[in-house]
Design a protein around this ligand. Sequence first.
Ligand SMILES: NC(=O)c1ccc[n+]([C@@H]2O[C@H](COP(=O)([O-])OP(=O)(O)OC[C@H]3O[C@@H](n4cnc5c(N)ncnc54)[C@H](O)[C@@H]3O)[C@@H](O)[C@H]2O)c1
Length: 266
Amino acid sequence: MNLDRSSRDAGLLAGKVGVVTGAAQGLGEAICKLARGEGSKVVVADIADELGESVAGEIRSGGGDAIFVHTDVSAEADVEALVAATVDRFGRIDWLCNNAVGGAGGFGPLEAIDDDHWSRTVDVCMKGVFLGMKHAIPAMLDGGGGAVVNITTSGIFKGEAMLGAYVAAKGGVHALTMATASEYAARGIRVNSVAPAGMETRAIRRYFEKYPEFEEMTIATHAMRRLGRPEEVAEAVVWLASDRASFVTGTCLVCDGGNLVNSHLL
Ligand SMILES: NC(=O)c1ccc[n+]([C@@H]2O[C@H](COP(=O)([O-])OP(=O)(O)OC[C@H]3O[C@@H](n4cnc5c(N)ncnc54)[C@H](O)[C@@H]3O)[C@@H](O)[C@H]2O)c1
């Protein structure tokens, strides 16, 4: 049994190459920056070119190694090109975090979800995860193994009103995570998910500006009575992506400030 932790100084992801989708801001940006701090080279993938270039640029100016690749995760040709660009630049892929989120609609009852809202949300949030794994896993297998971390939401475990398409897509990702973990475990690929709840991001701030009455209510749904910081969720992602999680596959790490176990009686 090797319990020597001296290699930790080099970083949890020392020498590894990772791809993060939806990485131009929010959680994706935090994952890239924390992973870089843990020794990883990172590929920042997003449709937001200016923000994505800026995240990769910041990492490089801090002494890290990063590139930005414009990628719409719902477009197979883009995802193939992302994997090719990563292998071309860094020679391998060790870990992938499918984090991108997007869709055509916001909040609303099921009967108001139109075809475009449903299809676009499922395409970005679920098909995007499928495509990411479909194209990155062969590159990981070429390198002898790897780890995938898919981002879902703790809402999939409790029913999330007014977000039908989004939670359905994320629930699909949860099931696909387990299926893919089972398929590839014997070949050295681990596949897990992280389920956050409310996080302090620009996106949630924009939402609270639009619906100020929801801010206090949202915070109260967390047993810790606060939102999470993106770097707190990034810690879970980085650990699952690292060899320190070597016997963990097919699981969902709920990282939600007690949103799932919250009781409104307290
Ligand atoms: N923020 C929260 O409170 C919260 C709660 C639970 C789960 N999550 C999950 O965490 C993850 C990150 O959320 P966030 O709040 O940081 O999001 P965000 O909105 O801040 O960032 C999402 C990024 O995805 C990119 N994106 C959108 N469509 C894309 C596409 N087709 N291809 C590639 N990139 C695309 C956007 O440009 C953006 O940079 C998501 O999977 C989200 O569902 C977030």
